[in-house]
Design a protein around this ligand. Structure first.
Ligand SMILES: NC(=O)c1ccc[n+]([C@@H]2O[C@H](COP(=O)([O-])OP(=O)(O)OC[C@H]3O[C@@H](n4cnc5c(N)ncnc54)[C@H](OP(=O)(O)O)[C@@H]3O)[C@@H](O)[C@H]2O)c1
Ligand SMILES: [Zn+2]
Length: 337
């Protein structure tokens, strides 16, 4: 089978097509014929050599977390799915035995890791991580859900977003950002978000963004959000200097969930403002398989349509990463092997 592998960790030019033996399922596993695999900033970090997870000894490396397709074969002991089932993978990998796996939620697992291998014609996965797709849910839409939508969904729950709340999302045009807007709307909350691009903001407004701020300047953003209203919750996937902006506009007792570091892995924060304002800063990673099942249900019910900027063939995978690197897209980029 063909796979789009990272052969060099030098950015989008490091993607090349390789041939690998078609995988066979071991006990508890399934092999999925991949219709669609969304890419994430997480894959791009690896491809740019900016991740401790993969180094040059591991090359070629097949990344890709968000797999959707049709079950081709199952290993011994698998009863939940069978060949022919249309499925989407929850890419969480958990040990099942630690205190957090026992008490939940599962994404707290102390041995938590993520599946990689979806940027290929076939993917060998843990069968009990597959969620079956109801008729009417396209595999391309399903592939958009796991990482971006699960993460945004979990963050909205962590910040207690509800009807009438205002949620602030710096960097609102990407995978997590657009998911945050659509899911905040589904919860009855308003959203305010930022981007460097007026054209991209127009598109996100058409998807439900209530207030758009075209700026990357922290001071300008702080002032613009303050003029709009008091923020009840912040979804922060940028980090860097945007963390303090989020805290500045957050109401007393409000919550900020942080899942990423696109703009910087460290942030300086005003400690007195934090404690005098009773503000919460919450780390958040991915979501639970139950979250993914709920998201699939929302799509099946017509309440959510994941935003897909473009699909790419396997041969065009490098181009998909170039579009992400160039900040040239809205929502998700999906490879369709
Ligand atoms: N912890 C977790 O479980 C988890 C899960 C998913 C994602 N994440 C993290 O969340 C972040 C977002 O992921 P994603 O897949 O949604 O990425 P993405 O689609 O590439 O996000 C694009 C957004 O980020 C903004 N952006 C990009 N570079 C920027 C910069 N240097 N300064 C300010 N804004 C910038 C873009 O702004 P413009 O509109 O101006 O171009 C756009 O709004 C990543 O850091 C990712 O690793 C973490
Ligand atoms: Zn565990």
């Amino acid at each position: 089978m063909r796979a789009a592998a990272f052969s060099d960790l030098t950015g989008p030019d490091g993607v090349s097509i390789i041939n690998q033996p078609t995988p066979e399922p071991d006990r508890g596993e399934a092999v999925v014929s991949v219709d669609a695999c969304a890419i994430n900033r997480h894959d791009l970090w690896i491809l740019e050599g900016d991740s401790a997870m993969v180094d040059t000894d591991d090359l070629p490396f097949v990344s890709g977390l968000d797999v959707a397709g049709t079950v081709d074969a199952v290993g011994k002991g698998v009863t939940a799915v069978e060949p022919g089932d249309r499925v989407v993978l929850c890419p969480n990998e958990t040990c099942g035995t630690c205190r957090y796996c026992r008490e939940g939620p599962e994404n707290l697992c102390e041995n938590f890791s993520l599946y990689h291998g979806g940027l290929a014609e076939a993917a060998r996965v843990q069968a009990d991580r597959l969620v079956t797709l109801p008729d009417g849910v396209e595999t391309v839409d399903a592939a958009a859900l796991p990482t971006a939508y699960m993460t945004a969904f979990h963050m909205l729950r962590r910040v207690d977003a509800g009807p009438g709340d205002l949620v602030f999302i710096p960097g609102v045009t990407g995978g997590v950002g657009v998911a945050g807007v659509q899911l905040a709307a589904a919860l009855g909350a308003d959203s305010v978000g930022t981007s460097s691009s007026a054209a991209k903001l127009d598109r996100v407004e058409s998807l439900g963004l209530d207030y758009a701020i075209e700026s990357t300047d922290p001071d300008e953003i702080r002032e613009a959000v303050t003029d709009i209203g008091t923020v009840d919750g912040v979804l922060n996937h940028l980090g860097g200097e945007y963390t303090q902006v989020g805290l500045d506009v957050l109401r007393r007792g409000g919550r900020m969930a942080i899942c990423g570091r696109t703009a910087g892995g460290t942030s300086e924060i005003d400690i007195p403002d934090l404690f005098l304002g009773h503000k919460h800063v919450i780390g958040s990673t991915m979501g639970t398989q139950g979250d993914l099942e709920r998201l699939v249900g929302l799509v099946a019910d017509g309440e959510l349509t994941p935003e897909i900027d473009q699909t790419y063939s396997l041969d065009e995978t490098g181009g998909a990463f170039a579009a992400m690197q160039d900040r040239d897209s809205v929502g998700k980029l999906v490879v369709t092997p």
